[in-house]
Design a protein around this ligand. Structure first.
Ligand SMILES: Cc1cc2nc3c(=O)[nH]c(=O)nc-3n(C[C@H](O)[C@H](O)[C@H](O)COP(=O)(O)OP(=O)(O)OC[C@H]3O[C@@H](n4cnc5c(N)ncnc54)[C@H](O)[C@@H]3O)c2cc1C
Length: 495
Protein backbone atom coordinates (compact mmCIF):
# COMPACT_ATOMS: atom_id res chain seq x y z
CA UNK A 1 0.00 0.00 0.00
CA UNK A 2 1.34 3.44 -0.93
CA UNK A 3 2.07 5.60 2.09
CA UNK A 4 -0.66 8.21 2.60
CA UNK A 5 0.26 11.77 1.76
CA UNK A 6 1.05 14.28 4.47
CA UNK A 7 -1.84 16.51 5.43
CA UNK A 8 -1.38 20.26 6.02
CA UNK A 9 -4.10 22.43 7.51
CA UNK A 10 -4.14 26.16 6.81
CA UNK A 11 -6.13 28.28 9.26
CA UNK A 12 -7.55 31.42 7.61
CA UNK A 13 -8.76 32.40 4.17
CA UNK A 14 -6.93 35.63 3.26
CA UNK A 15 -3.84 36.38 1.23
CA UNK A 16 -1.35 34.80 3.66
CA UNK A 17 -3.42 31.62 4.03
CA UNK A 18 -3.99 31.13 0.31
CA UNK A 19 -0.31 31.75 -0.50
CA UNK A 20 0.62 29.24 2.21
CA UNK A 21 -1.83 26.73 0.74
CA UNK A 22 -0.39 27.10 -2.77
CA UNK A 23 3.20 26.76 -1.54
CA UNK A 24 2.38 23.69 0.55
CA UNK A 25 0.62 22.08 -2.40
CA UNK A 26 3.69 22.74 -4.52
CA UNK A 27 5.54 20.65 -1.92
CA UNK A 28 3.37 17.67 -2.88
CA UNK A 29 1.17 17.39 0.22
CA UNK A 30 -2.60 17.40 0.72
CA UNK A 31 -3.84 20.81 1.79
CA UNK A 32 -7.07 21.90 3.46
CA UNK A 33 -7.91 25.56 4.12
CA UNK A 34 -10.22 26.23 7.08
CA UNK A 35 -11.82 29.69 6.74
CA UNK A 36 -13.98 30.99 9.59
CA UNK A 37 -16.05 33.31 7.40
CA UNK A 38 -18.88 32.11 5.19
CA UNK A 39 -18.11 32.21 1.46
CA UNK A 40 -19.67 35.65 0.87
CA UNK A 41 -17.54 37.27 3.61
CA UNK A 42 -14.42 35.20 3.04
CA UNK A 43 -10.95 36.52 2.23
CA UNK A 44 -10.32 38.43 5.45
CA UNK A 45 -8.83 41.90 5.40
CA UNK A 46 -7.12 40.96 2.16
CA UNK A 47 -10.44 41.23 0.33
CA UNK A 48 -10.99 44.75 1.70
CA UNK A 49 -7.69 46.09 0.35
CA UNK A 50 -6.98 47.96 -2.83
CA UNK A 51 -4.40 45.25 -3.48
CA UNK A 52 -1.33 47.50 -3.14
CA UNK A 53 1.95 45.55 -2.76
CA UNK A 54 5.27 47.12 -1.73
CA UNK A 55 8.03 45.34 -3.62
CA UNK A 56 11.63 46.08 -4.54
CA UNK A 57 12.52 46.71 -8.21
CA UNK A 58 15.59 48.11 -9.89
CA UNK A 59 13.84 49.67 -12.84
CA UNK A 60 11.11 49.38 -15.41
CA UNK A 61 12.43 46.06 -16.78
CA UNK A 62 11.66 44.34 -13.45
CA UNK A 63 8.16 45.77 -13.59
CA UNK A 64 7.66 44.63 -17.18
CA UNK A 65 8.55 41.09 -16.15
CA UNK A 66 5.94 41.22 -13.39
CA UNK A 67 3.34 43.01 -15.50
CA UNK A 68 3.65 41.74 -19.08
CA UNK A 69 0.46 43.70 -19.97
CA UNK A 70 2.35 46.99 -19.48
CA UNK A 71 2.36 48.59 -22.93
CA UNK A 72 5.18 50.55 -24.60
CA UNK A 73 2.89 53.61 -24.63
CA UNK A 74 2.36 53.36 -20.86
CA UNK A 75 6.08 52.98 -20.26
CA UNK A 76 6.77 56.00 -22.48
CA UNK A 77 4.55 58.31 -20.40
CA UNK A 78 5.60 57.01 -16.96
CA UNK A 79 8.56 57.56 -14.71
CA UNK A 80 8.56 54.47 -12.46
CA UNK A 81 11.90 55.42 -10.94
CA UNK A 82 13.39 52.63 -8.78
CA UNK A 83 12.51 51.09 -5.46
CA UNK A 84 15.63 49.13 -4.65
CA UNK A 85 16.05 46.62 -1.84
CA UNK A 86 18.13 49.26 -0.05
CA UNK A 87 15.28 51.77 -0.28
CA UNK A 88 12.84 49.16 1.05
CA UNK A 89 15.21 48.33 3.95
CA UNK A 90 15.64 52.04 4.72
CA UNK A 91 11.87 52.57 4.79
CA UNK A 92 11.25 49.60 7.09
CA UNK A 93 13.94 50.66 9.54
CA UNK A 94 13.06 54.36 9.43
CA UNK A 95 9.30 54.10 9.92
CA UNK A 96 9.64 51.53 12.73
CA UNK A 97 12.36 53.55 14.51
CA UNK A 98 14.83 50.71 13.87
CA UNK A 99 12.85 48.30 16.03
CA UNK A 100 11.79 45.81 13.35
CA UNK A 101 13.33 42.34 13.40
CA UNK A 102 16.19 42.47 10.86
CA UNK A 103 15.95 38.76 9.94
CA UNK A 104 12.25 39.00 9.16
CA UNK A 105 12.75 42.25 7.25
CA UNK A 106 15.50 40.60 5.23
CA UNK A 107 13.00 37.91 4.11
CA UNK A 108 10.32 40.51 3.38
CA UNK A 109 12.54 42.76 1.27
CA UNK A 110 14.72 40.24 -0.55
CA UNK A 111 11.86 37.89 -1.38
CA UNK A 112 9.33 40.57 -2.32
CA UNK A 113 9.76 40.57 -6.10
CA UNK A 114 10.40 36.82 -6.42
CA UNK A 115 7.23 36.12 -4.42
CA UNK A 116 5.15 38.37 -6.68
CA UNK A 117 6.59 36.61 -9.74
CA UNK A 118 5.64 33.28 -8.14
CA UNK A 119 2.09 34.60 -7.57
CA UNK A 120 1.96 35.79 -11.19
CA UNK A 121 2.84 32.24 -12.25
CA UNK A 122 -0.10 31.00 -10.15
CA UNK A 123 -2.47 33.32 -12.02
CA UNK A 124 -2.51 36.60 -10.03
CA UNK A 125 -2.22 39.63 -12.33
CA UNK A 126 -0.63 42.92 -11.36
CA UNK A 127 -0.70 46.48 -12.72
CA UNK A 128 0.76 49.89 -11.80
CA UNK A 129 -1.23 51.97 -9.28
CA UNK A 130 -1.74 54.92 -11.59
CA UNK A 131 -4.81 56.23 -9.74
CA UNK A 132 -3.32 56.64 -6.28
CA UNK A 133 0.46 56.64 -6.36
CA UNK A 134 1.34 58.79 -9.35
CA UNK A 135 0.65 62.38 -10.33
CA UNK A 136 0.86 63.63 -13.90
CA UNK A 137 3.37 66.45 -14.29
CA UNK A 138 4.29 67.91 -17.70
CA UNK A 139 2.49 65.04 -19.45
CA UNK A 140 4.33 62.29 -17.55
CA UNK A 141 3.14 60.13 -14.65
CA UNK A 142 5.64 60.01 -11.84
CA UNK A 143 5.44 57.34 -9.14
CA UNK A 144 6.38 58.27 -5.59
CA UNK A 145 6.58 56.70 -2.15
CA UNK A 146 7.88 53.28 -3.22
CA UNK A 147 4.42 51.86 -3.86
CA UNK A 148 3.94 51.01 -7.53
CA UNK A 149 2.16 47.68 -7.91
CA UNK A 150 -1.40 46.52 -7.24
CA UNK A 151 -3.28 43.34 -8.01
CA UNK A 152 -5.78 43.58 -10.85
CA UNK A 153 -9.26 43.87 -9.33
CA UNK A 154 -7.80 45.12 -6.02
CA UNK A 155 -8.32 42.97 -2.92
CA UNK A 156 -11.35 41.09 -4.31
CA UNK A 157 -9.40 40.34 -7.52
CA UNK A 158 -6.46 39.10 -5.47
CA UNK A 159 -8.52 36.77 -3.26
CA UNK A 160 -10.56 35.49 -6.20
CA UNK A 161 -7.51 34.65 -8.30
CA UNK A 162 -5.69 32.99 -5.37
CA UNK A 163 -8.85 31.00 -4.58
CA UNK A 164 -9.14 29.88 -8.18
CA UNK A 165 -5.47 28.88 -8.18
CA UNK A 166 -6.03 26.80 -5.02
CA UNK A 167 -9.15 25.08 -6.30
CA UNK A 168 -7.57 24.21 -9.65
CA UNK A 169 -4.71 22.52 -7.77
CA UNK A 170 -7.00 20.32 -5.71
CA UNK A 171 -6.79 22.30 -2.47
CA UNK A 172 -9.90 21.83 -0.34
CA UNK A 173 -11.28 25.15 0.97
CA UNK A 174 -13.89 24.87 3.73
CA UNK A 175 -15.89 27.98 4.67
CA UNK A 176 -17.74 28.66 7.91
CA UNK A 177 -15.05 26.53 9.60
CA UNK A 178 -13.72 28.21 12.73
CA UNK A 179 -10.62 26.71 14.32
CA UNK A 180 -11.02 27.01 18.09
CA UNK A 181 -8.02 25.07 19.45
CA UNK A 182 -4.80 23.45 18.33
CA UNK A 183 -4.38 19.72 18.98
CA UNK A 184 -1.09 19.19 20.82
CA UNK A 185 0.54 16.03 22.18
CA UNK A 186 2.82 17.92 24.56
CA UNK A 187 5.54 18.22 21.94
CA UNK A 188 4.05 18.42 18.45
CA UNK A 189 1.02 20.17 17.03
CA UNK A 190 -1.03 17.29 15.67
CA UNK A 191 -4.05 19.05 14.18
CA UNK A 192 -6.83 21.44 15.09
CA UNK A 193 -10.22 21.51 16.74
CA UNK A 194 -12.66 23.05 14.26
CA UNK A 195 -16.30 24.13 14.59
CA UNK A 196 -18.13 24.06 11.29
CA UNK A 197 -21.29 26.15 10.87
CA UNK A 198 -21.79 26.45 14.63
CA UNK A 199 -21.87 22.65 15.07
CA UNK A 200 -20.02 20.73 17.84
CA UNK A 201 -16.23 21.10 17.61
CA UNK A 202 -14.40 18.24 15.94
CA UNK A 203 -10.69 17.33 15.95
CA UNK A 204 -8.94 17.04 12.61
CA UNK A 205 -5.43 15.52 12.50
CA UNK A 206 -2.63 16.99 10.46
CA UNK A 207 1.11 16.71 10.00
CA UNK A 208 1.46 20.47 10.25
CA UNK A 209 -0.71 23.53 10.81
CA UNK A 210 -0.18 27.01 9.37
CA UNK A 211 -1.85 29.82 11.31
CA UNK A 212 -2.79 32.69 8.96
CA UNK A 213 -5.93 33.90 10.67
CA UNK A 214 -5.23 37.57 11.28
CA UNK A 215 -4.66 39.86 14.24
CA UNK A 216 -7.05 40.95 17.01
CA UNK A 217 -8.34 44.20 15.52
CA UNK A 218 -11.97 43.04 15.52
CA UNK A 219 -11.88 42.13 19.22
CA UNK A 220 -12.86 45.24 21.25
CA UNK A 221 -11.89 43.63 24.56
CA UNK A 222 -8.34 42.77 23.40
CA UNK A 223 -8.03 46.17 21.73
CA UNK A 224 -8.76 47.89 25.02
CA UNK A 225 -6.55 45.47 26.92
CA UNK A 226 -3.48 45.80 24.67
CA UNK A 227 -3.82 49.03 22.66
CA UNK A 228 -5.24 50.99 25.57
CA UNK A 229 -8.40 52.64 26.89
CA UNK A 230 -10.55 54.16 24.17
CA UNK A 231 -9.59 51.65 21.49
CA UNK A 232 -12.88 49.82 21.92
CA UNK A 233 -14.35 52.92 20.22
CA UNK A 234 -12.41 52.54 16.98
CA UNK A 235 -14.17 51.46 13.79
CA UNK A 236 -12.88 48.27 12.20
CA UNK A 237 -11.89 48.88 8.58
CA UNK A 238 -12.03 45.30 7.47
CA UNK A 239 -13.27 41.85 8.46
CA UNK A 240 -15.18 41.14 11.66
CA UNK A 241 -13.55 37.70 11.93
CA UNK A 242 -10.01 38.65 13.01
CA UNK A 243 -10.50 38.41 16.77
CA UNK A 244 -7.08 37.04 17.72
CA UNK A 245 -8.00 33.33 17.69
CA UNK A 246 -4.71 32.21 16.16
CA UNK A 247 -2.62 34.23 18.58
CA UNK A 248 -4.62 32.95 21.56
CA UNK A 249 -4.40 29.31 20.50
CA UNK A 250 -0.62 29.48 19.99
CA UNK A 251 0.01 31.38 23.24
CA UNK A 252 -1.96 28.67 25.05
CA UNK A 253 0.65 26.16 23.85
CA UNK A 254 3.51 28.31 25.13
CA UNK A 255 4.30 30.32 21.98
CA UNK A 256 6.30 33.51 22.44
CA UNK A 257 4.52 36.85 22.15
CA UNK A 258 6.46 39.26 19.95
CA UNK A 259 6.37 42.71 18.49
CA UNK A 260 4.48 45.91 19.19
CA UNK A 261 1.50 44.63 21.20
CA UNK A 262 0.29 48.14 22.05
CA UNK A 263 0.61 49.29 18.42
CA UNK A 264 -1.61 48.97 15.40
CA UNK A 265 -2.24 50.20 11.91
CA UNK A 266 -5.05 52.76 11.96
CA UNK A 267 -6.08 55.54 9.60
CA UNK A 268 -8.38 58.50 9.19
CA UNK A 269 -11.73 56.88 8.33
CA UNK A 270 -15.11 58.43 7.64
CA UNK A 271 -16.64 59.51 10.93
CA UNK A 272 -19.95 57.84 10.09
CA UNK A 273 -18.56 54.59 8.69
CA UNK A 274 -20.14 51.37 10.08
CA UNK A 275 -18.71 49.25 12.95
CA UNK A 276 -16.95 46.84 10.54
CA UNK A 277 -15.83 47.13 6.94
CA UNK A 278 -18.40 47.17 4.16
CA UNK A 279 -17.26 45.16 1.15
CA UNK A 280 -19.38 47.31 -1.17
CA UNK A 281 -17.31 50.35 -0.16
CA UNK A 282 -14.00 48.57 0.47
CA UNK A 283 -11.25 50.92 1.60
CA UNK A 284 -13.01 54.03 0.28
CA UNK A 285 -13.99 55.23 3.78
CA UNK A 286 -10.30 56.14 4.23
CA UNK A 287 -9.39 59.79 3.68
CA UNK A 288 -5.71 60.06 2.78
CA UNK A 289 -5.29 63.44 1.06
CA UNK A 290 -4.64 65.45 4.24
CA UNK A 291 -1.07 66.37 3.10
CA UNK A 292 -2.76 68.85 0.73
CA UNK A 293 -4.89 70.53 3.42
CA UNK A 294 -5.02 70.78 7.19
CA UNK A 295 -6.65 68.73 9.96
CA UNK A 296 -8.33 70.31 13.00
CA UNK A 297 -9.78 68.77 16.15
CA UNK A 298 -12.81 69.68 18.30
CA UNK A 299 -10.87 72.66 19.73
CA UNK A 300 -10.34 73.96 16.19
CA UNK A 301 -6.62 73.26 16.48
CA UNK A 302 -4.18 71.49 14.18
CA UNK A 303 -2.55 68.56 15.95
CA UNK A 304 -0.07 67.00 13.45
CA UNK A 305 2.32 68.10 10.70
CA UNK A 306 0.09 67.07 7.79
CA UNK A 307 3.03 67.42 5.38
CA UNK A 308 5.72 65.65 7.41
CA UNK A 309 6.22 63.06 4.67
CA UNK A 310 4.44 61.35 1.78
CA UNK A 311 1.13 60.08 3.07
CA UNK A 312 2.32 56.41 2.84
CA UNK A 313 4.67 57.14 5.71
CA UNK A 314 2.34 59.17 7.93
CA UNK A 315 -1.21 57.90 7.46
CA UNK A 316 -0.83 55.13 10.02
CA UNK A 317 0.59 57.32 12.77
CA UNK A 318 -2.08 59.93 12.08
CA UNK A 319 -4.93 57.44 12.42
CA UNK A 320 -3.64 56.83 15.94
CA UNK A 321 -3.33 60.59 16.55
CA UNK A 322 -6.99 61.09 15.56
CA UNK A 323 -7.90 58.45 18.15
CA UNK A 324 -6.22 60.61 20.81
CA UNK A 325 -8.21 63.78 19.97
CA UNK A 326 -11.25 64.81 22.04
CA UNK A 327 -14.27 62.85 20.78
CA UNK A 328 -11.93 60.76 18.55
CA UNK A 329 -12.56 62.83 15.41
CA UNK A 330 -11.04 65.48 13.16
CA UNK A 331 -12.02 67.54 10.13
CA UNK A 332 -9.83 67.73 7.03
CA UNK A 333 -10.09 71.11 5.26
CA UNK A 334 -9.15 71.97 1.65
CA UNK A 335 -9.67 74.89 -0.72
CA UNK A 336 -10.00 75.09 -4.51
CA UNK A 337 -6.24 75.12 -5.06
CA UNK A 338 -5.82 71.48 -4.07
CA UNK A 339 -9.34 70.00 -4.24
CA UNK A 340 -8.54 68.51 -7.67
CA UNK A 341 -5.76 66.45 -6.03
CA UNK A 342 -8.11 64.65 -3.63
CA UNK A 343 -8.16 60.89 -4.08
CA UNK A 344 -11.20 59.05 -5.48
CA UNK A 345 -12.29 58.07 -1.96
CA UNK A 346 -13.39 61.70 -1.37
CA UNK A 347 -15.95 61.42 -4.16
CA UNK A 348 -18.01 58.47 -2.89
CA UNK A 349 -21.66 58.79 -1.92
CA UNK A 350 -21.09 57.59 1.68
CA UNK A 351 -18.93 60.53 2.72
CA UNK A 352 -19.30 63.03 5.60
CA UNK A 353 -18.61 66.26 3.70
CA UNK A 354 -19.50 69.93 3.91
CA UNK A 355 -18.71 72.68 1.39
CA UNK A 356 -19.10 76.46 1.27
CA UNK A 357 -18.01 79.55 -0.63
CA UNK A 358 -16.55 81.24 2.42
CA UNK A 359 -14.35 79.95 5.20
CA UNK A 360 -16.76 81.34 7.81
CA UNK A 361 -19.66 79.38 6.31
CA UNK A 362 -17.60 76.24 6.07
CA UNK A 363 -16.31 76.34 9.63
CA UNK A 364 -19.84 77.01 10.91
CA UNK A 365 -20.88 73.67 9.42
CA UNK A 366 -18.15 71.58 11.10
CA UNK A 367 -20.03 69.52 13.69
CA UNK A 368 -18.63 69.63 17.23
CA UNK A 369 -15.83 72.11 16.40
CA UNK A 370 -15.11 75.41 18.21
CA UNK A 371 -15.70 77.75 15.24
CA UNK A 372 -13.97 80.87 16.58
CA UNK A 373 -10.85 78.99 17.54
CA UNK A 374 -10.83 77.19 14.21
CA UNK A 375 -11.07 80.41 12.16
CA UNK A 376 -8.31 81.92 14.25
CA UNK A 377 -6.18 78.79 13.67
CA UNK A 378 -6.63 79.01 9.90
CA UNK A 379 -5.81 82.74 9.78
CA UNK A 380 -2.61 82.14 11.72
CA UNK A 381 -1.79 79.16 9.51
CA UNK A 382 -2.34 81.17 6.30
CA UNK A 383 0.05 83.87 7.48
CA UNK A 384 2.73 81.27 8.22
CA UNK A 385 2.77 79.66 4.73
CA UNK A 386 6.08 80.27 2.88
CA UNK A 387 4.72 81.05 -0.56
CA UNK A 388 8.21 81.71 -1.97
CA UNK A 389 8.76 77.94 -2.52
CA UNK A 390 6.80 76.39 -5.42
CA UNK A 391 4.14 73.77 -4.62
CA UNK A 392 4.83 70.31 -6.14
CA UNK A 393 2.73 67.31 -5.01
CA UNK A 394 5.17 64.75 -6.49
CA UNK A 395 8.17 65.55 -4.34
CA UNK A 396 8.66 66.65 -0.77
CA UNK A 397 8.61 70.24 -1.97
CA UNK A 398 9.77 71.93 1.24
CA UNK A 399 6.94 74.44 0.90
CA UNK A 400 6.37 74.83 4.59
CA UNK A 401 4.99 77.08 7.29
CA UNK A 402 7.25 78.95 9.66
CA UNK A 403 6.77 79.83 13.30
CA UNK A 404 3.72 77.72 14.19
CA UNK A 405 3.61 75.48 17.29
CA UNK A 406 3.13 72.61 14.80
CA UNK A 407 4.60 73.55 11.45
CA UNK A 408 3.61 71.93 8.18
CA UNK A 409 6.83 70.77 6.45
CA UNK A 410 5.70 70.26 2.85
CA UNK A 411 2.82 71.10 0.52
CA UNK A 412 1.64 74.06 2.64
CA UNK A 413 -0.91 76.21 0.79
CA UNK A 414 -2.99 79.05 2.15
CA UNK A 415 -6.67 78.20 2.61
CA UNK A 416 -8.25 81.19 0.88
CA UNK A 417 -9.63 80.19 -2.51
CA UNK A 418 -13.31 79.19 -2.63
CA UNK A 419 -15.03 76.84 -2.76
CA UNK A 420 -13.89 75.26 0.51
CA UNK A 421 -14.48 71.61 1.46
CA UNK A 422 -14.18 69.67 4.72
CA UNK A 423 -14.42 65.96 5.57
CA UNK A 424 -15.05 64.42 9.01
CA UNK A 425 -12.88 61.48 10.01
CA UNK A 426 -12.49 59.22 13.00
CA UNK A 427 -10.02 56.40 13.67
CA UNK A 428 -10.42 53.20 11.67
CA UNK A 429 -8.27 50.30 12.85
CA UNK A 430 -6.75 48.15 10.10
CA UNK A 431 -4.72 45.52 11.91
CA UNK A 432 -2.72 44.98 15.08
CA UNK A 433 1.10 44.83 15.14
CA UNK A 434 1.73 42.46 18.05
CA UNK A 435 1.58 38.73 17.55
CA UNK A 436 3.56 35.50 17.43
CA UNK A 437 7.31 35.05 17.08
CA UNK A 438 8.48 33.13 14.03
CA UNK A 439 11.90 32.31 12.58
CA UNK A 440 12.87 32.75 8.94
CA UNK A 441 11.28 29.36 8.12
CA UNK A 442 8.00 30.74 9.53
CA UNK A 443 8.09 28.20 12.40
CA UNK A 444 6.32 29.47 15.51
CA UNK A 445 8.77 29.79 18.41
CA UNK A 446 8.00 29.01 22.03
CA UNK A 447 9.00 31.33 24.86
CA UNK A 448 12.37 29.52 25.06
CA UNK A 449 12.72 30.54 21.38
CA UNK A 450 12.61 26.91 20.22
CA UNK A 451 10.37 26.02 17.23
CA UNK A 452 7.08 24.34 18.17
CA UNK A 453 7.12 21.26 15.91
CA UNK A 454 4.31 21.27 13.38
CA UNK A 455 3.28 24.91 13.86
CA UNK A 456 3.88 27.71 11.33
CA UNK A 457 2.48 31.23 11.00
CA UNK A 458 2.17 34.02 8.43
CA UNK A 459 0.43 37.33 7.86
CA UNK A 460 -1.06 39.77 10.31
CA UNK A 461 -0.62 37.54 13.36
CA UNK A 462 3.18 37.58 13.05
CA UNK A 463 4.81 40.10 15.40
CA UNK A 464 8.15 41.86 14.99
CA UNK A 465 7.80 43.52 11.59
CA UNK A 466 5.88 46.72 12.32
CA UNK A 467 6.34 49.10 15.24
CA UNK A 468 4.43 52.39 15.67
CA UNK A 469 4.18 52.83 11.94
CA UNK A 470 4.16 50.92 8.68
CA UNK A 471 5.02 51.63 5.05
CA UNK A 472 1.88 51.26 2.89
CA UNK A 473 1.63 47.99 0.92
CA UNK A 474 3.86 46.02 3.32
CA UNK A 475 0.94 44.07 4.87
CA UNK A 476 0.00 42.14 1.76
CA UNK A 477 3.65 41.73 0.81
CA UNK A 478 4.47 40.27 4.21
CA UNK A 479 1.45 37.92 4.04
CA UNK A 480 2.58 36.64 0.65
CA UNK A 481 6.28 36.27 1.50
CA UNK A 482 5.73 34.54 4.85
CA UNK A 483 2.69 32.63 3.57
CA UNK A 484 4.86 31.13 0.84
CA UNK A 485 7.67 30.39 3.30
CA UNK A 486 5.25 28.85 5.82
CA UNK A 487 3.60 26.60 3.24
CA UNK A 488 6.95 25.50 1.83
CA UNK A 489 8.40 24.81 5.30
CA UNK A 490 5.27 22.99 6.49
CA UNK A 491 5.33 20.67 3.47
CA UNK A 492 9.06 20.06 3.85
CA UNK A 493 8.83 19.54 7.62
CA UNK A 494 6.04 16.99 7.27
CA UNK A 495 7.68 15.00 4.45
C1 LIG B 1 -9.59 48.52 4.28
C2 LIG B 1 -8.22 47.91 4.25
C3 LIG B 1 -7.34 48.26 3.22
C4 LIG B 1 -6.04 47.73 3.19
N1 LIG B 1 -5.25 48.01 2.14
C5 LIG B 1 -4.03 47.41 2.04
C6 LIG B 1 -3.24 47.54 0.86
O1 LIG B 1 -3.66 48.12 -0.16
N2 LIG B 1 -2.01 46.95 0.86
C7 LIG B 1 -1.55 46.22 1.92
O2 LIG B 1 -0.42 45.72 1.89
N3 LIG B 1 -2.31 46.02 3.02
C8 LIG B 1 -3.54 46.59 3.09
N4 LIG B 1 -4.32 46.36 4.19
C9 LIG B 1 -3.79 45.45 5.24
C10 LIG B 1 -3.95 44.02 4.74
O3 LIG B 1 -5.30 43.76 4.53
C11 LIG B 1 -3.42 42.98 5.72
O4 LIG B 1 -2.13 43.30 6.11
C12 LIG B 1 -3.38 41.61 5.04
O5 LIG B 1 -4.47 41.42 4.19
C13 LIG B 1 -3.39 40.54 6.08
O6 LIG B 1 -3.48 39.30 5.43
P1 LIG B 1 -3.75 38.00 6.29
O7 LIG B 1 -3.95 36.91 5.30
O8 LIG B 1 -2.76 37.88 7.34
O9 LIG B 1 -5.14 38.31 7.05
P2 LIG B 1 -6.61 38.35 6.49
O10 LIG B 1 -6.65 38.65 5.04
O11 LIG B 1 -7.37 39.24 7.39
O12 LIG B 1 -7.11 36.86 6.66
C14 LIG B 1 -7.36 36.32 7.94
C15 LIG B 1 -8.37 35.22 7.74
O13 LIG B 1 -8.45 34.42 8.90
C16 LIG B 1 -9.82 34.03 9.08
N5 LIG B 1 -9.98 33.61 10.49
C17 LIG B 1 -9.97 34.37 11.61
N6 LIG B 1 -10.11 33.59 12.70
C18 LIG B 1 -10.20 32.32 12.25
C19 LIG B 1 -10.37 31.05 12.89
N7 LIG B 1 -10.46 30.95 14.21
N8 LIG B 1 -10.44 29.95 12.11
C20 LIG B 1 -10.35 30.02 10.76
N9 LIG B 1 -10.19 31.19 10.11
C21 LIG B 1 -10.10 32.32 10.85
C22 LIG B 1 -10.58 35.25 8.66
O14 LIG B 1 -11.92 34.94 8.34
C23 LIG B 1 -9.77 35.70 7.44
O15 LIG B 1 -10.19 35.05 6.28
C24 LIG B 1 -5.61 46.86 4.23
C25 LIG B 1 -6.51 46.48 5.22
C26 LIG B 1 -7.80 46.99 5.23
C27 LIG B 1 -8.75 46.55 6.32
Amino acid sequence: MAPSKSQILIVGGGNAALCAALAAREGGVDVTVLERAPLDESGGNSRFTAGAFRCAYSGVEDLRELMPDLSDDEVAVTDFDTYTEDQFFDDMFRVTNYRCDPDLVECLVRQSMSTLLWMRDKGVRFMPIYGRQAFKVDGKFKFWGGLTVESVGGGPGLVDSLTEACLSRGIDIQYDARVVELAFDGKNVTGVVVRRGGERPETVSADAVVLACGGFEANPEWRTRYLGPGWELARVRGTRFNTGDGIRMALNLGAAAYGNWSGCHAVGWDRNAPEFGDLAVGDQFQKHSYPFGIMVNAHGRRFVDEGADFRNYTYVRYGVEIMKQPGQFAWQIFDAKTAHLLRDEYRIRQVTRVAADSLEDLIGQLDDVNSDACLEEIRTYNKAVRTDTPFNPNVKDGRCTAGLPIDKSNWANTLDEPPFEAYAVTCGITFTFGGLRINTDAQVLDSDLRPIPGLYAAGELVGGLFYNNYPGGAGLMSGSVFGKIAGTSAARGSA
